[in-house]
Design a protein. Sequence first.
Length: 208
Amino acid sequence: MLILKAYKYRIYPNHEQQRYLMSAFGAVRFIYNKMLADKIEHYKRAGNMLHITPARYKKEFQWLKEVDSLALANAQLNLDKAYKHFYRNKNAGLPKFKSKKTNNDSFTTNNQRGTIAIEGGTLKIPKLKTRIRIKVHRPFTGRIKSCTLSKTPSGKYYASVLVETDIAPLPKAEKKLGLDLGLKDFAITSCCEVIANHKHLRKSDKLL
């Protein structure tokens, strides 16, 4: 059975790689805010939704061509999802502009024929010619679907890798067991087995 599983790893980009990541963070935030502003302005004038893509802005803003186009496309998808959420639940409010001060920097890109890969302790992503050093503390098996790169306010960089992996389903159990949770006893099973309540919290409170 195929499932999607996410793995988050610490990455250590050098100065050149950090410059690219920061430009990508900025471009994704810019395109999200620009598209949102244009949608709002168009709705005020025409009364209907404006359907646009990031490609429309690349002629005017040439520097957007230096950033992974899939990262920009995912910013558009995130904006579309925010609008759909608003239409389903008006209490959620309209999509909000992303602030450089209050939002963690991040962008998501997709794997297309090996454009994202982890090999020999390094991470390969689109548009970046060099590989980023990565600490793979949890190995995985399967095909990488996408990767979200982020920077925390403390200056640490991470890569969240979404992997399509095959898992074997657990065998069906012939027996069933019921549990009755209580206060005096931790639990009593349907087979009348009593599991004692060791009351660790009360004992720790007394010690404290």
